[in-house]
Design a protein around this ligand. Structure first.
Ligand SMILES: Nc1ncnc2c1ncn2[C@@H]1O[C@H](COP(=O)(O)OP(=O)(O)OP(=O)(O)O)[C@@H](O)[C@H]1O
Ligand SMILES: [Mg+2]
Length: 261
């Protein structure tokens, strides 16, 4: 089983969209997938997967108030399950929690992954992480054996991400004694012209930073252009349609899904 954390240093890079599209596409390939909304600071799964019954949020499991089975719910899509983020009051607790508390949460997450694999038969867990490098975000990065680092090609975003993130990822790989960990770079919202051509200056910029991330052990996973129909759906459709939103993104995810194995 693979646990894939979709991460970004900056907010709004497309983590949630990519995590949900990835989970959906894997489930369509017949894999049993659990999508976890790990973004306690800006949760969004309610908008994509309206809750029929009240399901306990993932953090109830972390706090040992629920069993793992009680924080996962089926969706209307075959093979696709979700776990929701908590209400904002828990976010306050997380912000104030110390390293020891987060250490306890990490142990619970590892135990949950084992239950998902051995007892519930999941093939993949895909985690929509919070941006930045909070202890909660680092926990999800630590417990995953694969990750996607989603970046928008904006100068200040790329440079700050590189400076902070490459050191953290090196540490994660250093702690990975079996060398199974793989981290991929995803350029998202890349500007293109009407013919989907990338301006040569942008191409040079992407190539320069792709090489730098690669030297830091974060291999290129995908380049996804800015797709205006995706944003249009997000604004116009009253219920977000995952099939419709994932379709244009899927054209750029095929190779990435192969890399994820
Ligand atoms: N490739 C893309 N083309 C067009 N719009 C995109 C693309 N990727 C993401 N978006 C849009 O950008 C916005 C931010 O995306 P999303 O919410 O997935 O980012 P995020 O990294 O999860 O943000 P946050 O840090 O707030 O959790 C959304 O409106 C989304 O539809
Ligand atoms: Mg998000």
């Amino acid at each position: 089983m693979t646990t894939i954390t979709v991460h970004g240093f900056k907010g709004g890079t497309g983590k949630s969209l990519i995590a949900i599209a990835l989970g959906y596409l894997l489930s369509k390939q017949g894999k049993k997938v659990l999508l976890i909304d790990g973004d306690y600071f800006a949760p969004c799964f309610d908008a994509f997967f309206p809750q029929n019954d009240d399901v306990n949020p993932f953090t109830e499991y972390l706090e040992e108030k629920s069993k793992f089975e009680e924080v996962v719910a089926e969706t209307r899509f075959p093979n696709l399950w979700v776990s929701y983020a908590p209400t904002p009051s828990f976010t306050q607790k997380i912000l104030q929690a110390d390293t020891k508390t987060h250490g306890g949460f990490l142990k619970r997450i590892y135990a949950g992954i084992k239950i998902a694999r051995d007892d519930l038969g999941f093939d993949h867990i895909v985690i929509d992480n919070s941006s930045g490098i909070s202890l909660a975000a680092i926990n999800f990065l630590t417990c995953s054996n694969q990750s996607l680092l989603v970046i928008r090609p904006v100068r200040y975003g790329v440079e700050s991400t590189y400076n902070l993130i490459s050191a953290i990822y090196r540490k994660l790989r250093y702690a990975d004694s079996k060398s199974v960990r793989r981290d991929f770079l995803v350029w998202n919202q890349v500007p293109t012209d009407e013919e989907s051509i990338i301006n040569p200056d942008i191409e040079r910029y992407l190539n320069h930073w792709t090489d730098k991330f690669s030297e830091a052990g974060i291999q290129l996973g995908s380049r996804i252009p800015y797709i205006s129909e995706v944003v249009t759906s997000m604004i116009v459709d009253s219920t977000l349609d995952i099939e419709k939103i994932s379709k244009p993104i899927s054209n750029y995810m095929g190779n990435l899904i192969k890399l994820l194995g």
